[in-house]
Design a binder for this molecule. Structure first.
Ligand code: HEM
Length: 287
């Protein structure tokens, strides 16, 4: 898994090296990177081969996002389909077909840019552990400053901004009684921003709050930090995602200093995940 991630980051950095312009739109770059890593690790192919699947998934994501809180009339929805219902069925079939094709073939064969002090600290840690070599599995587990930065970034900008659960049996929460079968929405973003859990500086980027772990950062309210969900249905990709982020950031820090471009406009939007509406333009300075 790690060599595939390193190879994908190398491909991205090679593209950056050939780019004459210093400004790079990294949101798109990171989208391509994550798709390529998933393609390589799951299907053994490259991003371009999996591109069709990711295009279909992006269209599916915008339909899901549009219809997230729409309630259909039970029974009738099966017969009276909306345009989105029909399109999502077609997309689902397209995604299934493409994945099966890929599997068959395989069987044959923003925040660090603003807070430059934390960027410097992270680079120092990376250079101490890896020098200019590619990240090693052992060193990845020892990236403490970077873990604090990742936690703080995911606290302020959790990619998934809420999760839902169905109540198994009636339960009392303080003065509220929640009946059986009720769907409950857990607003990750709101909890991550709550000053009762995080203190008065909840809105500020302060990775140091995670220096002694999540329990200390949340004043022993560990469920107050749940960017990867919580309980038995929490994110199965947690280790995959954090390893990928650590490898990508380490290799970028080894090669570049970066600052936010003056063209960047801060406008996070929720399109299934939280993302920058107008992209994320940064200025790269080769080291
Ligand atoms: C920064 C990256 C990621 C974040 C913030 C994230 C966050 C989440 C969250 C909040 C949930 C819902 C958990 C819950 O309901 O308690 C979830 C579920 C899930 N995630 Fe992730 N995720 C990330 C990356 C990934 C990756 C890379 C993969 C796959 C390789 C993945 C696979 C899954 C799966 C399969 C579930 C459903 C688990 C279940 O229902 O049992 N995630 N993720």
């Amino acid at each position: 898994m790690i060599p595939a991630m390193v190879a994908s980051v190398e491909t991205m950095l090679e593209r950056w090296r050939q780019n004459e312009v210093k400004e790079t739109e990294v949101f798109q770059e990171f989208k391509v990177l994550t798709c390529e890593i998933i393609s390589r690790t799951a299907f053994g192919s490259s991003y371009l081969e999996g591109k069709n699947i990711f295009d279909l998934l992006a269209r599916m994501a915008s339909i899901v996002s549009r219809n997230n809180f729409k309630v259909g009339i039970p029974g009738i929805r099966k017969f009276l389909k909306t345009r989105d219902d029909t399109e999502s069925e077609e997309l689902e079939q397209g995604i299934r077909d493409s994945i099966i094709k890929l599997i068959n073939r395989r069987e044959e064969g923003l925040l660090m840019a603003i807070h430059s002090d934390w960027q410097d600290k992270a680079r120092e840690e990376v250079l101490k552990l890896f020098g200019k070599q590619n990240p090693s599995p052992d060193g990845i587990g020892r990236l403490k400053i970077m873990s604090m930065i990742i936690n703080e970034s995911l606290r302020l900008y959790p990619s998934v901004f809420n999760i839902t659960r169905e109540v198994q049996k009636e339960v009392r929460l303080g003065k509220i009684i929640i009946p059986e079968k009720m769907a409950v929405c857990l607003p990750i973003l709101a909890v991550h921003d709550n000053s009762q859990v995080w203190g008065e500086d909840a809105h500020f980027f302060k990775p140091e709050r995670f220096a002694d772990g999540v329990a200390k950062a949340t004043k022993n309210n560990t469920s107050g930090f749940f960017s990867f969900g919580s309980g038995p249905r929490s994110c199965v990709g947690l280790n995959f995602a954090t390893t990928e982020i650590k490898i990508a950031l380490s290799m970028i820090l080894q090669n570049y200093k970066f600052t936010l471009s003056p063209t960047y406009l801060h406008s996070p939007v929720h399109i299934l995940t939280i993302c920058p509406q107008y992209g994320l333009q940064i200025m790269l300075e080769a080291l």
